[in-house]
Design a protein around this ligand. Structure first.
Ligand code: GUN
Length: 274
């Protein structure tokens, strides 16, 4: 069994991004908007800011109160869309309930949408047009698979979870690379049987869901989940000790997909379109 070292690859990618940024005529400027005081979101936003600083990307965090209304946030996004100094805009999710996240995501200029969540970027990915940005987590997973020489073409990929952030764009990106893709979700029957058919399993559910032996000894297991167990220890969707002896490659939590997501986001934030 080979451990997919996302930490090591993320450092390599961040170094490449840093070198690229140092040669740009214009310094990219990422603006991250955080609405409210969700504690996990604060940590994520802080990590993004620190990573941007490390690679020489200018970053600004705009913190707005939890009672911010939708129109005020839309106005702020419009202002950032029109500001030529700003090259990337990211609105941290989740948003407070009075704000419709789809309206907000739709308002971000596709050429500044470093998350790749806007309908234009999602539609571009789905139709086979090149999106301006690929969503960071799936893009980071593809980078990790490529780094370890894992072939995607012709493989059976099983994705657990159908979120707009991971599951759905992951499916599109794997399809683009000629995998056969199955997406499982809370209504899927006999998930374990589906898991066992996977050459590549990607779990993005947010709870301990994978506790079975893989069907093939060379199968690849990617764990996107990250949460704390009852002892406060960081853990993923996959029961690592139980599953790892049955597969060929596996990404750990922490040190797998998490650092790759940040590196992949910085790769996006270094792209300047306007
Ligand atoms: N919340 C959890 N993951 C993400 C992400 O990738 N982007 C944004 N904007 N918010 C998130």
């Amino acid at each position: 069994m080979v451990l997919l070292d996302g930490k090591a690859l993320s450092l390599k990618i961040l170094n490449n991004v840093k070198e690229k940024v140092s040669k740009l005529d214009r310094i990219p400027h990422l603006v991250v908007i955080l609405v409210g005081d969700d504690s996990a979101s604060k940590i994520y936003v802080n990590n993004k800011k620190k990573a941007a600083e490390k690679v020489g990307i200018k970053s600004t965090v705009i913190e707005l109160p939890s009672d911010t209304n939708e129109n005020d946030l839309l106005d702020k996004i419009q202002e950032l869309n029109n500001n030529d100094d700003v090259t990337g805009i990211l609105v941290q999710l989740p948003l407070p309930e009075q704000i419709d996240k789809n309206k907000i995501i739709t308002a971000i200029s596709p050429k500044k949408d470093v998350d790749g969540f806007s309908p234009e970027n999602v539609g571009r990915l789905a139709t086979g047009l090149e999106p301006y940005f690929y969503p960071a987590t799936p893009q980071g997973i593809i980078m990790l698979l490529d780094e370890y020489g894992i072939k995607i073409e012709g493989k059976d990929a099983v994705i657990l979870g159908r979120s707009n952030i991971v599951g759905k764009p992951m499916a599109q990106m794997l399809l683009k690379r000629n995998a056969t893709v199955t997406i499982c979700h809370s209504y899927t029957k006999e998930i374990e049987d589906k898991i066992k058919t996977a050459d590549i399993l990607i779990s993005a559910v947010g709870k301990k869901i994978v506790r079975c032996k893989m069907g093939y000894k060379n199968s690849v297991v990617i764990d996107v989940g990250i949460h704390r167990d009852s002892n406060g220890k960081l853990t993923g969707d996959v029961d690592f000790d139980y599953v790892s002896p049955s597969c060929g490659f596996i990404s750990p939590v922490p040190g797998g997909v998490g650092p790759m997501t940040i590196a992949s986001l910085m790769f996006n934030a270094s792209k300047v379109y306007n």
